[in-house]
Write a protein that binds this ligand. Sequence first.
Ligand SMILES: Cc1ncc(C[n+]2csc(CCOP(=O)(O)OP(=O)(O)O)c2C)c(N)n1
Ligand SMILES: [Mg+2]
Length: 281
Amino acid sequence: MADIQQLKDMVTQVRRDIVRQVHAVNSGHPGGSLGCAEFLVTLYCEFMDHDPSFNMDGKNEDLFFLSNGHISPVIYSVLARNGYFPVEELATFRKLDSRLQGHPTTHEGLPGIRIASGSLGQGMSVAIGAALAKKLNDDDKTIFSLHGDGELQEGQIWESVMYAAANNVDNLICTIDVNGQQIDGSTDQVLDLGNLQAKFEAFGWNVLRIKDGNNVEAIIEGMREAISLSRKRKPICILLHTEMGNGVDFMMGSHKWHGVAPNDEQLEEALAQNPETLGDY
Ligand SMILES: Cc1ncc(C[n+]2csc(CCOP(=O)(O)OP(=O)(O)O)c2C)c(N)n1
Ligand SMILES: [Mg+2]
């Protein structure tokens, strides 16, 4: 187990990787990426039993599916920092012929990526399929997935939510990035999500909340609880409350940084707030 400071150091480096990737090509999605840095670092470093030598089937491994594929900068950084591919490859983000496409794809063969995502709403269905395949193969590992809160406005999500409960898919832990923001404004203004806990529970899921989803200790506690709730004949939903743009003060708390790159000065400001810890690529 890594100590808390090691996890926080990785989070700081991941933030640098996110803003540097997006700045270099003047495109990409820093806001949601920054908000999920603590969660994904903690998941990959503390909870998942995974093998960076990577094979697509991932038998006898825990698997993660990113459904909100636009936050690719954070998953690319976390995968690289966990040994899936060289960190230097982050410099190719969104460039022609890169394995690091703006939204993750599988045909480029980037280790760690098992689905194309970016067209919102599909990742939960894939995660359920993988969870059922594990059961069929007597593989007792766990499937994890991440979804945006705005993404929950996709109808396919609720079909899959219903399906998972009806089929007792209890080796599945789906996390929702509840940042209250989406591309055009707050989720309240665009299409109010209502009471998410009540909705998932009404569909037959076990739901738990991580109130400070940008706090590594709180994430560890919440993840332990989620894992303890697994294998009880219900799928599990974590409502992870995060701040869009977390860790870069001028990006925090607004949808405006959903999909906008920082300029040169803004990059310097963001980097000054997040000193190098593990070495820049
Ligand atoms: C099917 C589909 N419709 C629309 C979009 C365009 N789109 C990209 S991100 C986004 C907002 C999603 O909000 P949320 O999941 O909360 O992500 P956040 O802004 O918090 O990163 C939208 C509508 C898309 N990628 N896929
Ligand atoms: Mg959101």
